[in-house]
Ligand binder design. Structure first.
Ligand SMILES: CC(C)(COP(=O)(O)OP(=O)(O)OC[C@H]1O[C@@H](n2cnc3c(N)ncnc32)[C@H](O)[C@@H]1OP(=O)(O)O)[C@@H](O)C(=O)NCCC(=O)NCCS
Length: 159
């Protein structure tokens, strides 16, 4: 991963993000550049979200959406989100845990309404404090957003 990505995310989140990248693991990065300089970033990793009673969905789980503080409110994050769906044609769904809602709402993302949990050691562990947004893709089956939804456990931030 480019050092500039971590620098951008450190500045955007106001904290060292190396531990977050380590917990997330490797993924695909989408970069927004202005005159060659990195100004905006997002990445996705493959996770398996499972509505109760259905097979797990191969999910592009979006992380580390970040724009350089000096370049905000110019539409860069919006442009990256708009470019995303065509890149996710091998996925059943896109999802993320939002720190801000308006940006994603405008781009067609919506909240999962049902209860969330994580699958750990063959058990479901409730995660009531979490909220997740999803974006239907061309391969997404009809979903009931009121059903319970689980994701495989991971260290750090589960959702
Ligand atoms: C959240 C974040 C990624 C948004 O990045 P951004 O590049 O500023 O996003 P955009 O410019 O596309 O959109 C942001 C706002 O600017 C507005 N905007 C976009 N272009 C604009 C323009 N030319 N003039 C004025 N406003 C504009 C958008 O309407 C949007 O407003 P809204 O949020 O009220 O709907 C950025 O603020 C950030 O890095 N935050 C810290 C990290 C973080 O919290 N990430 C989100 C994790 S889920």
């Amino acid at each position: 991963m480019e050092v500039s990505i971590r620098r951008l995310c450190d500045a955007a989140y106001g904290t060292p993000t190396e531990p977050y990248f380590a917990a997330i693991g490797p993924g695909e990065h989408l970069l927004g550049r202005l005159d060659g300089a990195l100004v905006s970033h997002l990445m996705w990793v493959t996770r398996w979200l499972q509505p109760e009673g259905s097979a797990p969905l191969r999910t592009a789980y979006v992380e580390m959406v970040a724009t350089a503080p000096a370049e905000r409110r110019h539409g860069y994050a919006t442009a990256l989100l708009a470019a995303l769906p065509p890149l996710l044609q091998d996925y059943d769904l896109a999802a993320l845990c939002p720190a801000t809602e308006q940006l994603y709402h405008r781009m067609g993302w919506c909240f999962w309404r049902g209860p969330l949990s994580t699958r750990k050691d063959h058990e479901l562990v409730s995660t009531p404090e979490e909220r997740v947004m999803i974006l239907p893709l061309s391969r997404t089956p009809t979903l009931n957003l009121d059903l319970p939804l689980s994701v495989e456990w991971r260290p750090g931030e589960v959702w």
